[in-house]
Ligand binder design. Structure first.
Ligand code: TXA
Ligand code: MG
Length: 317
């Protein structure tokens, strides 16, 4: 059952408990989850039926809160000061100390941050007291919702509640600007016109592409995460020197090898929640070779396998 409520306190309580809540922003309705809760973020991907893990926009209550998760250079700060709160998402380098789920940022070294202007979204963020990860509240591949009824019709039963703020004022998604590279780049046109951004910056925006899965030039490597280790997929048993990432119970003969569990019980939501954190931890330990057990191609398994196949491809260097 999906509750439709106009009370931000009800929505905030559910979010703090790890439930999914759709809420209005001035652009479109977002499908929100506590951005620090890996399991809630995994459930969010499952509810959207995304075949891959796109990084999510992290909604925050203030520029000060945003600065705790991302590093704002002069251009990013200028844009935040000019357009926040509002329909602008800024992609900036992720701070090491950020508690945002690695799954929410799809393992990238950057984070997309937005301070929405909608008063209900602001009340919700203040009441939750934590950042909220939210893609548009539509099933993958469908139109973004501008009315609570759109959310109920397409995601009803998959979200705990919809916070009803009536129709959204802008109706198209936020403009996304990346301040990760040498010059700010437009990743997605949206609610703030390009010209307005260029006027504030006093320069033209470069053209970027949102959510590139693979770096296309060495200069982009820094912002796109791929594990340094060699990945071997669909591994039944580890070979000498490989760390073994398991899903479900490994064969008894392998139990002696060094291993990390995506999910002991073979739960895809738990595996998705752990995926990027485990890959980062193995990287930090300078593990050179990783063998990963087969993941079923159902539900979130599609997204997990998509990401693993991409991570297993080596960048050309
Ligand atoms: O208006 C909006 O932006 C709405 C409301 C709910 O905030 N949200 C929205 O989210 O449209 P979504 O998931 O449908 O689109 C977010 C886009 C994706 O294309 C994603 O790839 C990009 O933002 N994005 C988020 N973080 C990124 C990052 N670190 N680097 C590159 N692209 C990023
Ligand atoms: Mg969308």
């Amino acid at each position: 059952m999906t509750i439709v409520t106009a009370d931000p306190a009800v929505a905030a309580g559910l979010l703090r408990d790890g439930a999914l809540v759709a809420f209005p922003t001035e652009t479109v309705y977002g499908l929100g989850a506590d951005a620090g809760n890996d399991a809630a973020v995994a459930r969010l991907f499952e509810a959207k039926g995304r075949p891959s893990f796109n990084p999510l926009i992290i909604h925050v209550a203030s520029l000060a809160a945003a600065a705790g998760h991302g590093a704002f250079d002069a251009a990013a700060r200028k844009l935040a000061e000019a357009f926040w709160p509002g329909p602008l998402t800024l992609v900036v380098p992720r701070r090491a100390e950020s508690a945002v789920s690695r799954l929410a940022t799809a393992g990238l070294d950057s984070v997309g941050l937005r301070l929405p202007a909608h008063p209900m979204a602001q009340q919700l963020l203040a009441l939750v007291g934590r950042p909220i990860a939210a893609p548009s509240a539509n099933p993958s591949g469908r139109l973004s919702p501008t009315l609570p009824e759109h959310v109920v019709a397409t995601l009803g039963g998959r979200v705990a509640a919809v916070l009803d703020g009536g129709p959204t004022a802008i109706g198209v998604e936020s403009t996304i600007v990346s301040c990760v590279g040498a010059e700010p780049a437009l990743l997605r046109p949206g609610g703030v016109p390009r010209e307005a951004i260029e006027a504030v910056l006093g320069r033209c925006l470069a053209d970027g592409i949102a959510n590139q899965d693979r770096p296309t030039s060495p200069g982009q490597l820094a912002s796109h995460y791929a594990p340094r280790a060699m990945l071997r997929l669909n591994a039944v048993a580890p070979r000498p020197g490989e760390a073994f990432v398991t899903f479900g119970a490994p064969a008894a003969a392998n139990r002696g090898s060094e291993r990390v569990a995506l999910s002991e019980s073979g739960d895809l939501i738990e595996a998705a929640a752990n995926l990027f954190r485990i890959l980062h931890e193995l990287d930090q330990r300078h593990v050179a070779r990783i063998a990963i057990m087969p993941i079923p191609e159902t539900g979130l398994g599609l997204a997990i396998n998509d990401r693993l196949r991409r991570a297993a491809m080596r960048p050309v260097d």
